[in-house]
Design a protein around this ligand. Sequence first.
Ligand code: FAD
Length: 467
Amino acid sequence: MNAPATTELPVVVIGAGPAGLAAAAHLIDQGIQPLVLEAGQTAGAAVREWSHVRLFSTWGEVVDPAAEKLLAPTGWTRPAPATYPSGGDWADLYLQPLADVLDNRVRYGARVTGVSRAGRDRIVDADREQQPFVVHIAHADGREERVFARAVIDASGTWATPGPAGGSGLPALGEKAAADRIAYRVPDLKDPAVRARYAGKRTAVIGSGASAFTALAYLADLAKTDDGAGTKGVWILRRGISGSTFGGGEADQLPARGALGLAAKAAVDEGYADAVTGFRTDAIERDSEGRLVLVAEDGRRLEPVDEMIVLTGFRPDLSFLDELRLGLDERLQAPVALAPLIDPNQHSCGTVYPHGHRELSHPEQGVYLVGMKSYGRAPTFLAMTGYEQVRSIAAAIAGDLDSADRVELTLPETGVCGGAGLFDAPEAAQEGDGGCCAPAPQLVQLGAPATVGAAAEEAPAGGCCGS
Ligand SMILES: Cc1cc2nc3c(=O)[nH]c(=O)nc-3n(C[C@H](O)[C@H](O)[C@H](O)COP(=O)(O)OP(=O)(O)OC[C@H]3O[C@@H](n4cnc5c(N)ncnc54)[C@H](O)[C@@H]3O)c2cc1C
């Protein structure tokens, strides 16, 4: 079947999360038909998987203006702007009503399995850009379908591809075999079955971002309850502890985000969690009781734990975009023009400059990665960034370059400055390899007598050996 004329075709949006639904609203605002394809059975399917987690942004910061315009005629009103939704609130009170207004422009149970140019694989140049996109879909009921599109906005997020426990970015040896004791999400301790899994247990938490802070704070709260007595967190850090380890604290312009780091610090200070620094997980073994023994790259072994919570960030799933000519940064897997703006190796304070269609463009014209996926492996994505991205892209697709180029966004600073890589960058290299003279990983009891703390502070904050 020959591909129809491009201009009559919709813009396909992959994913009915915050960024995808905002993209649809902005396209409609520009008089362009969107077709939103969502793998899940509801809007915000990924957000619903962290329904129990409260956002660190207020309602005022997570509602897209064009979406609000679409919702207003239905009598929808934004919840109190200064209050903080949970993931569940965000999905139920905003994302689903928005998807309902978009009606049959949103298809559920429609997983995108491939995107290409109609009749042109990745190699073929011949009048490539005159061809529409072809999008392959696997429906939940087993049917397959293809649809044509004038442009494709991939807002499929990164939730489905969390990072592993392994210190080198690969799953640690034995990690797959230990899957029954490992979670890659902040646990919902209000769920009795989940609560029982962690109550009174020793749980390793790997990671150093907002989610790891949240998990440590949740475990500490559990430990303070009657049915949670004896609950202990073991916080595994690939680096030493430094001033920025707990985030920006009071300096964070998103106070609720700053508070997460402070809650994690309190969990360690009050003894509900031990911080183990300079530990790069290489293998996960079992002891005779089936408990997990984490082994570091240098062979050091931790006391057995009952459970592990791995929160080492996310990666983009690029597999279904293989037939397209994308320009992605080799480190972050983010668009090359955006990467320098968000690279944690370089960037501090969480200041991300307003960016739009130009920074999100690829050699393949007409395809854009937006939202959480646009950041690739970089942390600190905020919903309001995604909203500005899709506003600019919709204007660009409509041909209104003035508006598309007028990107305006002021992001709240994290209060954490200093590039030097992801804050758990591998500073503590093996002595053997002539690298750092870093001290052995040590159990840190913050608030404990100065000596121990002092040792931790000496842990490399910058380059090797304090350089
Ligand atoms: C625990 C947590 C807390 C956060 N808190 C905040 C906060 O307070 N403030 C803030 O600004 N940001 C926050 N974020 C970051 C970010 O805003 C959210 O992750 C947001 O959900 C990202 O929106 P998105 O639309 O890009 O991706 P997602 O919400 O992940 O949506 C992607 C959608 O695409 C669908 N999908 C995936 N693959 C396919 C496919 N192949 N075909 C079809 N559909 C597909 C998924 O089912 C999903 O519904 C938080 C993130 C997490 C994980």
